[in-house]
Each structure stands twice: as C-alpha cells, then as structure tokens.
Design a protein around this ligand. Structure first.
Ligand code: DHB
Ligand code: FE
Length: 286
C-alpha cells in the first residue's frame, strides 16, 4: 500500500529561481533562506519519497481569470513549465503519475469534490521553485501529482474546504494499492501582499501562529474566513490554503521535524516546514 511519509511546505517566490541561476545561495541576503533547506535535503535523502502530491496555486500560466477552477488536479504523464515572464530559466518537465492521479480523482469525486481534471497541464513557479529548492541538482527523483487551488480570483474556497480536500486526498493515497512512499507539498505564503495600498505587508505574529497551528492544531486555522486571512496575511497570504490542504492530507500522527522563517524574501515572509507523518497502527481485531 502507499504510505504518506510527511509533508513539506515552502515559499515559491520566483526571485529564488534567479538566485539559483546566479548561484547566490551564499550571498548574505539569501543565505539564511537557503540554509533552511539543509534539513529538507537530509530528510529527503533519508525518507526517499517516490511521489510528491503538490498543492499550489497557478498564477496565470495554465489557467487565467477567464476560466479558473476552484480545484484542479493533473492526470498527465508529464508537466511542462514555460516562460512566465519573471526572467528565470524555464524548468525541465516533471514526470507525472497518471495511475495515482486517476485514483485520487475517483476518490475526490466520490467524496463530492467537483474538481477539474487536467490531462494536459503546465506548471508554474509555484511548483518548479519548491522542486528546485528540495532537489538542488538536475534530477527530480519523484513523480508528481499537481493539485491547483484558486487563491487568485475571489470567491476563494474556504480554509475548511481546503483542509477537507487534503483529507480526501490523504485517504485516497492510503488506499492506493502500490507500494509507494508519498510526500505531500504545500507551496506559497506566508504573509505577503504584492500590490495595492498594503504592498510589502508582512505579519510575523500571524505567521508564527500559522506555523504553530499547522502541525499541532490545523482545525484552529479553519476557523478563519478568507477575509480574515487576507486581513491578517495580505492579499497573497491566502496561499496559506495550499499549506492547509497539505496538512489535511497527512493521515497519521503529525509532528514538526523542522521549520525556518526568514523575512523578507522579495516582499514575502519565507517559511519552510517539514512535518513527519507517523502512520497510525490500526489495531487488529482478533
Ligand atoms: C512573489 C510572491 C509570490 O507568491 C508569487 O507567486 C510571485 C512573486 C514576490 O514576492 O515577488
Ligand atoms: Fe504566489
């Protein structure tokens, strides 16, 4: 059976792609951020995931404001990236896992999630940047299932709904018959606002609360409305929804293995978290 080994949450700021291309990892501006991934590399080397289910938000590469699904899931064997205009190198394609995708899709629809199924799907910086951070070399040793959540055009799905989406996916992974080690990824956040009167807004206090709750009390986050999240975390801070879905997918005993918080990277609070998911032993009934 497939087993969920844990989750990683990471920022996806495009400027990171430029810093990687220019080998600036040890520059004073970047070092405290990139250092936060040393532990992630050790964790990945030890845990050796086969697949990553990635919750992220598309920023206009695959979907645009004319047609923007609330929840979309990839069912492709390959996911291409394209030039989004950030001035960062186009990433190489990522391998998909259609069999796992369709298993998740069937379970999601059975659980009454009306998702958009994408047999072709471009993935933007919100997928490629975290992948480059987790695997700094050329290889990406996991296949992916991308799950896109609308954090861009209101009305957005509620925090509670995203948590339930993650829970449904977590249950589906648990029932996938192949012997796989699955990691869950949530990208974006934490507090940031890119435009308008509050451009540059960061809320460290709220970020700390989110970091504390994501591991130990995620239901506390589901009590915030989307408007509360925008007020507390900024217009783009709602990317927290991807983190909440990631946490929802962890079906076992969850503990925080690592966290790094650094401000600012670009205009954002950049946070990295690793959560372990210890499978709960199901008691055998004699
Ligand atoms: C930035 C942050 C984002 O979440 C994003 O998707 C693009 C840019 C930024 O801070 O520059
Ligand atoms: Fe973003």
């Amino acid at each position: 059976m497939a087993r969920i080994i844990g989750g990683v949450a990471s920022t996806h700021v495009p400027a990171i792609g430029k810093a990687i291309a220019e080998k600036k990892q040890n520059d004073p501006y970047w070092k405290p951020f990139f250092q936060g991934f040393d532990y992630v590399h050790q964790w990945l080397a030890r845990e050796k995931p086969d697949v990553a289910v990635v919750f992220y938000n598309d920023h206009g590469l695959n979907f645009f404001l004319d047609k923007l699904p609330t929840f979309a899931i990839g069912a492709a064997s390959e996911y291409r990236n394209e030039d989004e205009g950030w001035g960062i190198p186009v990433s190489r394609s990522l391998k998909g896992y259609p069999e796992l995708s369709w298993h998740l899709i069937n379970q999601l629809v059975a659980d009454e999630f009306d998702i958009t199924v994408c047999q072709e799907m471009l993935v933007d910086h919100a997928v490629t940047i975290p992948m480059a951070l987790m695997w700094p070399g050329e290889t990406r040793p996991v296949r992916i299932v991308p799950v896109s959540i609308n954090t861009v055009q209101h009305p957005l799905p509620s925090v509670a709904r995203c948590f339930k989406l993650g829970q449904s996916i977590g249950r589906a992974i648990d029932s996938f018959a192949e012997n796989l080690r699955v990691m869950i990824v949530g990208t974006g956040g934490l507090s940031h606002q890119l435009d308008g009167k509050r451009a540059g807004f960061i809320n460290k206090e709220f970020d700390m609360l989110c970091l504390d709750k994501i591991a130990n009390d995620p239901l506390a986050l589901t009590r915030y409305s989307i408007h509360d999240i925008v007020a507390e975390a900024g217009a783009q801070g709602v990317e927290l929804l991807n983190w909440v879905a990631m946490r929802g997918a962890l079906t076992g005993k969850v503990s925080e293995a690592h966290r790094n918080y650094h401000i600012p990277i670009s205009n954002t609070a950049a946070a990295t978290v690793v959560l372990n998911n210890q499978a709960i032993e199901r008691r055998k009934v004699a």
